[in-house]
Write a protein that binds this ligand. Sequence first.
Ligand SMILES: [Zn+2]
Length: 319
Amino acid sequence: MRMARVATRLAGLPVRRLEVDLDRDRPQLPGSTPGRRQGSARLDEMTQPTVIPILLYHSLRAEATDRYRRFSIDPGQFAEQMEHIAAGGFQTLTVSQLAAVLADPTASLPERPLVITFDDGFEEWHSVALPTLTRLGLRATAYIVTGSLGGRSRWLAPLGEGDRPMLSESQVRDLDEGGVEIGAHGHRHIPLDEMSFSDAVRDIDTSRARLEEIVRHPVLTFAYPFGSHTGRIKRYVETSGFGSACAVKQALSHSNDDRFALARATVGSDVSMQRLDSWIRGEELPLSWRGERLQTKVERIARRMQRAVSSRGRDDGDG
Ligand SMILES: [Zn+2]
């Protein structure tokens, strides 16, 4: 049974702890709660948070090795999914727009909230995603690995995908000017929980500073490479000027989710339109949980041990 303390996130109520069983209490479907808060928190929101699907895309190419296929999607399939979302009446938010609502007890979510994100910084975001999003009027947030700008996806070499072209600096600027939010995703694309804390801080700070030089305004959101982080890294991101951070979790985010470990669902060529439709209607995937699962802790120990004996890359996490 997964329990979550939610009372501290609900303004306007007496301060007391309330345990909510996230397994038992199914979320509201998107659109079924008109606005999250209306003047003061409502009792039903404590047990039925509004679902906010956050989709995660990587490369938008038809060709992919077997090990990378779940992280890449055919451009036509991507366009169909975006058209389906636009036709479905969803109101897309950038991650910072979502975070602003989650942080403000007086703010309301739109009726059918949905967030589209991209990780790593592939060139196709400029040639495929930007024109598609612009045509359909959809908002999105793009998390960029700064060490790979203008280069190739070298960290994917162990998956046979080390030669994918990455965005140039001017293409990042085009995305920013085209209304796509630019977020930081680390400089070297190494799991932050596999390096020293000081190295992790340097990697986070470098990626943000580099992007701010390019877009010439503050970068307010971060995505942990491979979704991996520790409580200490999360607290650093939270106190260093970011307003939000994304994890992966392969789960549905919601109105009581952790603003600095937002749950996302990876979409690759293995995700059919039918399955995507279920996800964005708040079905099939689990509701996001707070904190770290025992399984995640065990996996981190295994990864650290593996990294200690080998410098090879990984094929799990967010690619
Ligand atoms: Zn990544």
